[in-house]
Design a binder for this molecule. Structure first.
Ligand SMILES: Cc1ncc(COP(=O)(O)O)c(C=O)c1O
Length: 421
């Protein structure tokens, strides 16, 4: 038995797929656009529905429905704190999406710039983690670019000379949403902190693929979005408690000046936060299939993400082999030996056929994927691609299968033959 067979055999993908009603309902349809939002297990659907039936009221009142909201928010905070390995649950704030949290943090930082006014950002990131920071130039920030190399990776040795006693913050992604590269964020944490700077991590794309560990990464802020993490639309911010205490935020006078309240002003979709709680419980249930020995919630999450990483490498390997066979230009890591440095989010072009034609033909054939700029204008420029056309992206998660990759392979062959024919 070769290594690839053994990982795919031991990963219970069919049992997992049976837990996702959208996958069951979709029949032969193939979800290859999970970077645009993953599907949710039935337990998440139930958590959202139950919240709407039992607790669709405002929090902090003295009756059972409302007390239930408070209890569920506290449970979700505990779960998400477990998911990211927070030091304490109060470090988790809930809200609408990742972008609004990046903006909230950046506005706070803009008020504390002073002598340390340099913000390091990358050209591999989603524009949500770029434009939010470049907007601070109006407040006196100086933007310093950490450029991606030709190999589609951010090399931490390139970061070292960019960081010094004027660096206020390094903001970067944990994993590129367009090309799938994983960044060595633990080294980013070390380099930035050695210079007295803070670290802001965008974990929106990494979340469904690997273990988040804010303590091991030694970062200061981290954002995630529910919809990529087997949950409905919502976002959360983790921030080191003392750092959040210092961060200036807007809040009404009646709101306590402490995390998470000073961050969570106004109402947010409580039912979707209940869904995010269920998504963490789902991941734990996946992990318990692989645990032998320690039985804590964090151990289950760790086991789940390790199993998911291993399985996803087989998906990357298979998809990259297919794309190479069809002569695709792959943006980012395609070297067999480096597959553990990427997730199965793969961006490519096929010579002589537009990304739009490929995506249209695939869509008609029941394969959902994305074409275009991937909301990353700087990255498109770096890759020499036009914003109007961009590239094609296939993005898989742990409920995708090698059989789906094979069906994609066959369809791509047909499209190339017909379009070039
Ligand atoms: C890496 C990354 N960062 C940020 C965002 C923006 O997230 P949100 O839509 O939750 O604001 C996305 C969305 O696709 C993303 O992929």
């Amino acid at each position: 038995m070769n290594a690839m067979t053994s990982v795919t055999d031991s990963f219970p993908v069919e049992e997992i797929r049976a837990l996702f009603p959208a996958i069951q309902k979709a029949g032969d349809f193939i979800f290859l656009e999970n970077a645009g939002g993953s599907q949710v297990p039935q337990s998440v659907v139930d958590a959202v529905a139950n919240h709407l039936i039992d607790n669709n009221v405002q929090r902090m009142a003295r009756y059972a429905h409302s007390e239930g909201v408070d209890r569920k928010l506290a449970e979700a905070r505990e779960s998400v704190a477990m998911l990211v390995n927070a030091y304490r649950p109060e470090e988790i704030s809930f809200g609408l999406n990742a972008t609004s949290f990046i903006r909230l943090v950046s506005l706070g930082i803009s008020k504390m710039l002073g002598e340390r006014n340099e913000i390091v950002i990358t050209d591999m990131d989603h524009d949500a983690n770029i434009a939010t920071w470049t907007a601070l130039e109006a407040d006196g920030a100086k933007i310093v670019w950490w450029h991606m190399r030709e190999d589609g990776r951010l090399h931490t040795e390139d970061l070292v000379p960019l960081v010094g006693d004027r660096t206020r913050l390094v903001a970067c992604t944990v994993t590129a949403h367009a090309i799938g590269t994983i960044v060595d964020v633990a080294s980013v944490g070390r380099i930035a902190h050695a210079a007295g700077a803070e670290v802001f991590l965008d974990s929106v794309h990494y979340g469904p693929h690997g273990l988040i560990d804010v303590q091991a990464w030694d970062c200061d802020y981290l954002v995630c979005s529910g919809y990529k993490n087997f949950s409905p639309h919502m976002g959360f911010l983790w921030g080191r408690y003392e750092v959040l205490c210092r961060l200036p935020t807007f809040k009404e006078d009646f709101i306590p000046d402490m995390p998470p309240y000073k961050i969570e002003v106004g109402t947010f979709p409580y039912e979707n936060v209940a869904g995010m709680n269920a998504a963490v419980l789902y991941l734990e249930s996946v992990g318990r299939r692989f645990l032998n020995g320690e039985n804590s919630r964090r151990a289950a999450i760790t086991a789940a993400m390790a199993a998911i990483r291993g399985y996803e490498v087989t998906l990357s390997r298979a998809m990259i082999a297919v794309l190479k066979r069809h002569g695709a230009t792959i943006y980012g890591i395609s070297d067999e030996a480096l597959l553990d440095q990427r997730v199965p989010t793969i961006c490519f072009n096929i010579g002589g056929i537009t990304p739009q034609d490929i995506a249209t033909d695939m869509g008609k054939a029941g394969i959902g994927l994305r074409d275009g700029h991937m909301f990353a204008p700087r990255l498109m420029k770096r890759l020499g691609l036009a914003m109007e056309t961009g590239a094609v992206r296939v993005s898989m998660v742990h409920y995708n299968t090698l059989d789906e990759v094979a069906r994609f392979d066959a369809k791509l062959g047909e499209i190339i033959a017909r379009r070039r024919g």
